[in-house]
Design a protein around this ligand. Structure first.
Ligand SMILES: Cc1cc2nc3c(=O)[nH]c(=O)nc-3n(C[C@H](O)[C@H](O)[C@H](O)COP(=O)(O)OP(=O)(O)OC[C@H]3O[C@@H](n4cnc5c(N)ncnc54)[C@H](O)[C@@H]3O)c2cc1C
Length: 461
């Protein structure tokens, strides 16, 4: 098998060396290691197609991996087989005439933002907080929510077209590319939206080769706001009122005192009466528009008794986007339960989460917890409630794992919906029988031998 893979991608781009397999056996989560049997680095679409054809002949499972910085083991192979390291496919082709960029699935968000800024553009969704490592393909395949989701939604929302290699090796283009004479400039065209089929699929239905995204002019004016509140109800009231207007490029709420202290200690000391705060970023083509919007945000915050915290913190936050979470590694690793939640439910779920933290003695044990929320368009947020534990503290890690399993059940039961999933989540996704059966029928039609990511979403045959 190895020599056949090497025939396709070249000797140095396919290996079964144990040291390499080991480094590919983890993502950024605490999920147990799972090793592939081969790691292969394709650099062309033909490579991917030939590998999938070979895998079908030999019955070998295949999984795609991007930056491998998921928090639930999404890119780890449950059945061994071939792991496709997609990071060598990272072209960036900007088409200013139709305001799109076609980007290789393995390109990182950091690289994409840099290339676009050089030419005076930005994408809509700006990447997850892990954007120095996370790839566009990984984020679109796991429905990421993150920077600039307040205005532009989740990672797939800016996609106009995908080039996907199907499980049996055929190549499919979606969106306006259903017409071979058309460029990939629009998503919804003459027939069903097959682009959507592959968004959030966790490499279950196809391997994305490249992705075309809408782009926008780089803003002339950026304004920054931060507001503090003495309780979560007022904070949510003001946050939601601004969110509904869809005027913010980005918003993030830090929901409780312990989280504020962990993220920006100085802020907690300077403003001891503040229990929750949020930042708002405004990006506009002119200073008149951004400052008018800033005044509107200030008026809304004031109505909810918010304190204006100035622009220092949001400036640091927005200008060092992908470094915001990294300093929190000082508290150790975390088990993440990020999920979509209706914004109006934030106070209820914060209170429930804090009860759980109390029951598990999180604060007493000196463990750091982070509760925050960031909008996805106008009515919901990605709700985050993490507890951090040092890797050398087995007792705390055990406690956090126990709490994590409970929280995953709770999230599903109270009507939250995770977006990125993975091995850690699959057993908790109790989909309706109709949905699961339909997904299985689609999977069987595209992938009769169940080659791509078998076991994902607890489906295999
Ligand atoms: C510090 C930190 C901060 C984070 N912040 C966020 C955040 O703000 N928002 C968020 O959503 N997540 C966040 N995450 C989780 C994770 O980084 C993101 O979900 C990211 O989008 C995953 O991208 P990736 O390239 O690392 O994908 P991987 O982890 O490599 O893969 C994710 C899934 O996509 C599939 N996949 C990858 N490439 C392809 C392809 N070309 N074709 C088909 N399927 C493919 C994989 O098989 C896997 O199922 C964070 C993680 C860390 C460590």
């Amino acid at each position: 098998m190895l020599s056949r893979l090497q025939d396709i991608v070249g000797e140095s781009n396919a290996t079964d060396r144990d040291t390499v397999l080991l480094t590919y056996s983890r993502d950024a989560s605490l999920v147990d290691t799972l090793k592939p049997d081969f790691v292969v680095r394709p650099s062309t679409i033909q490579h991917i197609s030939d590998i999938l054809r070979l895998a079908n002949k030999t019955g070998t499972p295949v999984i795609a991996a991007g930056g491998r910085c998921g928090m639930g083991g999404a890119c780890l192979p449950q059945k061994g087989g071939i792991m496709l390291d997609m990071t060598g496919i990272n072209h960036v082709v900007i088409t200013p005439e139709n305001m799109t960029v076609t980007v290789g699935a393995g390109c990182t968000w950091g690289n994409l933002l840099y290339e676009l800024k050089q030419k005076g553009f930005k994408p809509g969704f700006r990447g997850p907080y892990s954007g120095h490592s996370a790839t566009v393909g990984g984020s679109v395949s796991s429905n990421s929510i993150g920077l600039a989701s307040a205005r532009w939604g989740q990672a797939p929302q800016g996609v106009t077209s995908l080039t996907v290699v199907l499980p049996e090796g055929d190549i499919l283009e979606t969106g306006s590319r259903i017409n071979p004479h058309a460029r990939p400039f629009n998503r919804f065209t003459s027939t069903a939206d097959l682009t959507g089929l592959f968004c959030g699929d966790h490499s279950f239905l196809g391997v994305k080769y490249d992705i075309t995204l809408r782009i926008y002019p780089y803003p002339e004016s950026i304004e920054y706001c931060a507001f503090g509140f003495s309780n979560i109800e007022d904070a949510t009231g003001a946050f939601y009122e601004i969110q509904k207007l869809m005027i913010a490029e980005d918003m993030t709420m830090v929901c409780d005192k312990a989280s504020i202290r962990g993220v920006i200690e100085e802020m907690a000391d300077l403003f001891p009466d503040i229990e929750s705060l949020f930042v708002v970023i405004l990006e506009e083509p002119s200073a008149d528009i951004s400052s008018a919007k800033q005044q509107l945000c200030q008026a809304i915050a004031q109505k909810y008794r918010g304190k204006d915290l100035g622009d220092m913190f949001p400036k640091v936050y927005w200008n060092s986007k992908f470094e915001m979470i990294t300093p929190l590694f000082k508290y150790g690793m975390w088990n993440a339960t990020c999920h979509c939640l209706e914004t109006f439910r934030i106070p209820e779920i914060v209170s429930e989460l804090k009860t759980t933290f109390r029951d598990y003695g999180i604060e007493k044990k000196g463990l750091f917890s982070l509760i925050c929320a960031m909008p996805a368009l106008n009515n919901c947020v990605s709700f985050v409630g993490h507890v951090y534990g040092k890797e050398d503290d087995a007792e705390s890690l055990e406690l956090i794992k126990e709490m994590w399993d409970k929280k995953k059940k709770d999230v599903w039961e109270y009507g939250g919906v995770p977006y990125w999933t993975g091995i850690a989540w699959y057993p908790y996704l109790e989909m309706t029988p109709q949905f699961k059966a339909t997904l299985e029928r689609i999977k069987k039609a595209l992938d009769p031998k169940c080659i791509l990511n078998p076991g994902a979403f607890s489906l295999e045959y």
